[in-house]
Design a protein around this ligand. Structure first.
Ligand code: SAM
Length: 322
């Protein structure tokens, strides 16, 4: 019944709108997404705040169908990426078999300069990678993510704008140390990473990941965390405190506290705009990661982000996690 309704609307729309064949699957997927969102809007909103925050999502779904990403399907984006000189693709499935010759040679083989290298891990569409590259032409930026269709947006923009200080690496962050040698990277940006409330090891600021970053980040290199998540921010604050990592900047409300030249406040990502539309504060922390000393996990209970209950982190009866 549900699918028949979606398909009927799809048939109707495809008669009046000029969509090519390659976009039809994409169209159906977006329509299904809209249906689910509308349904959530109608029956899932238990509070006034949820009703208010659902509206931008419904609006966004409609815009996506009729304007946004309809221009190009996923397959076409993947095909583009194969030809892009600024994209390197090494998903987990091939990373074991294929050696990465540029490890330790990004400067001379790709960037052709000695400028510092900055990574954006979980870059999505690469707003920070591209935005910072335009702001700082004497710094090199590499966006890392496993989702190729998202990365396509930033990679395409960088090529179109002739940005020579930008690259994208499609891989799993778990194996990120295979692509860079000791001291090759100077800074890391973590932009709206999944807080991974159930699994501490998967958090991109966990000791497990920090140990990996230490293998290629310069001694005392900088990590920027920008997040909507109170859970991830609190967890990282405890971890930084426990390990006495030097904190350079910290705010729980970036846009209220930011000074006019704040780099963190100057670029907004796709996920950030969604969280801002929901009325959430954006948190930001900039800290250093020295190489010496064993890193220890904080042993604290942290209140879960309640607005994520219907996302990937399924909630148990507990409302706190370590
Ligand atoms: C919540 S999105 C944020 C995207 C972007 N930074 C933004 O703010 O719009 C998290 C991104 O991290 C990527 N990601 C999460 N875990 C990853 C992993 N282990 N390896 C590679 N990418 C990962 C996802 O594919 C996704 O694009």
């Amino acid at each position: 019944m549900v699918f028949r309704s979606i398909y009927t609307i799809f048939e109707l729309c495809s008669k009046i709108l000029p969509f090519g064949n390659e976009n039809k699957t994409y169209f159906i997927l977006h329509f299904a997404h809209l249906f689910v969102t509308l349904n959530k809007f109608k029956i899932g909103c238990t509070s006034e705040i949820q009703r208010k925050t659902s509206f931008p999502l419904v609006f966004r779904s409609i815009c996506t169908i009729f304007a946004g990403d309809m221009g190009k399907g996923k397959l076409a984006k993947f095909a583009d990426m194969e030809t892009y000189e600024n994209v390197f693709q090494y998903p987990y499935s091939v990373v074991e078999q294929v050696p990465f010759d540029m490890k330790g040679h990004w400067h001379e083989q790709y960037f052709k300069n000695d400028n510092p290298i900055v990574l954006e891990l979980g870059c999505g569409k690469g707003e920070y990678t591209v935005g910072l590259a335009k702001m700082f032409p004497d710094v090199n930026f590499i966006g890392v993510d496993i989702k190729g269709a998202r990365m396509w947006t930033g990679a395409t923009q960088a090529l179109q704008e002739g940005l020579k200080n930008v690259a994208f690496l499609r891989t799993n962050i778990e194996v990120i140390d295979r692509f860079f040698s000791a001291g090759e990277v100077n800074e890391i940006w973590l932009t709206f990473s999944d807080p991974q409330m159930k699994n501490p090891r998967k958090r991109l600021t966990s000791t497990w990941f920090l140990e990996r970053y230490r293998k290629f980040l310069s001694d005392g290199g900088i990590i920027h965390l920008k997040t909507d998540s109170n859970f991830l921010f609190t967890y990282t604050s405890y971890l930084v405190e426990k390990n006495v990592l030097p904190v350079l900047e910290k705010t729980t409300d970036l846009y209220a506290d930011a000074c006019s030249d704040s780099v963190a406040a100057s670029i907004q990502t796709y996920y950030e705009s969604m969280w801002l539309a929901r009325g959430l504060n954006i948190k930001y922390m900039k800290f250093c990661l020295p190489h010496d000393g064993e890193l220890v996990e904080p042993d604290v209970e942290i209140e879960l982000d309640d607005y994520r209950s219907y996302h990937r982190d399924k909630r148990s009866s507990k409302d706190k996690a370590k």
